[in-house]
Design a protein around this ligand. Structure first.
Ligand code: PMV
Length: 307
């Protein structure tokens, strides 16, 4: 084993299509400059995990994830000490569990002197993310692996098409501070879908139409058009029952501060929102005044800034 070893993976925002992507509809996502770093060192005795993320420290699943990743790579987890450092808020919908999965895989593969090809990173990343929520589409590990902006459709293997961002997208991400469980929100939607498949399938198809419009807007640099797709997607996310009052209040604040459009991002039920805005700093300031944490990201530009 080559120790110490480390691995890094990106966080993500889903621009359009979260939840319907579980039901094989396409979605758009973008990797963030912020992410998560895992360092593997020699430890003593059973596997130890240390982290600066309070939600992960209090959770048994990250240890289970490291054990499963080590098993998949054919190495022993005991005798290792794993240190996780993250600049992503956990439970916000920014893909921290997938980033953890991919960063653990990369660090352990480096320790084992192995190079994982893209298809293995995607497949193993999805298998590990399933420890956090039951039936993941795989879009989060794809963003953690690839970064950039892409269209994704689940499958074995998934279909991933990078998008050409002709004009950087000024995005504001805001997080109310209340984390929530993606697994519970995904399971709730499944129960409602089972109760009335025709209605839900129609809504899923409507979102798929918006994803196509949003992809065209990204590629043609129509930032205002992307904003309209955000607003329409938010309306449908509310109809699917995966939104939450605090999300809707952040969305309303972003719109009144001049955003072209705003919506929840990721699992919903609380968590983060995204807005696309001509003056993102102004929108971020209005959101911070309500007590939210914010981040401004220029998607498609070489560097993203944190605010
Ligand atoms: O909350 P997050 O960052 O794990 O995003 C979940 C995205 C969903 O579409 C709701 C679930 C999935 O597996 O795609």
């Amino acid at each position: 084993m080559k120790l110490p070893a480390s691995g890094r993976a990106a966080g993500k925002v889903i621009l359009l299509g979260e939840h319907v992507v579980v039901y094989a509809r396409p979605a758009l996502a973008a990797g963030l400059a912020r992410g998560l770093e895992v360092r593997v060192q020699r430890g003593e005795g059973p596997l130890e995990l240390e982290t600066d993320v309070p939600a992960l420290a209090a959770d048994a699943r990250p240890v289970a994830l490291v054990r499963e990743a080590a098993g998949a790579l054919g190495i022993a987890a005991d005798g290792l000490r794993v240190v996780v450092r993250s600049d992503l808020p956990a439970g916000a919908g920014l893909g921290s569990s997938a980033a953890l999965s991919v960063a653990v895989l990369r660090a352990l593969a480096a320790a084992a002197g192995r190079h994982l090809v893209l298809a293995d990173e995607l497949a193993l990343g999805r298998r590990l993310e399933a420890i956090f929520h039951g039936n993941p589409s795989g879009i989060d590990p794809a963003a953690a692996v690839l970064g950039g902006c892409f269209r994704f459709t689940r499958g074995e293997p998934p279909m991933v098409t990078p998008l050409r961002v002709s004009r950087p997208l000024p995005l504001v991400v805001a997080f109310s501070g209340r984390g929530r469980s993606t697994g519970a929100v995904v399971a709730g939607l499944r129960a409602r879908w089972e109760g009335d498949r025709a209605v839900y399938e129609r809504r899923f198809d409507e979102v798929a139409g918006l994803v196509a419009e949003g992809a065209a807007a990204v590629e043609s640099g129509d930032v205002a058009g992307l904003g309209r797709a955000f607003d329409e997607n938010q309306r449908l996310l509310e109809a699917l029952g995966v939104s939450a009052p605090e999300v809707e209040s952040l969305v309303a604040t972003a719109r009144s501060a001049g955003a072209f459009g705003a919506k929840l991002t990721g699992g919903g039920g609380g968590g983060a929102i995204i807005a696309v805005a001509p003056e993102p700093e102004r929108v971020a300031l209005a959101l911070r005044k309500t007590g939210a944490q914010t981040m401004v990201a220029l998607i498609g530009a070489s560097e993203e800034e944190a605010a």
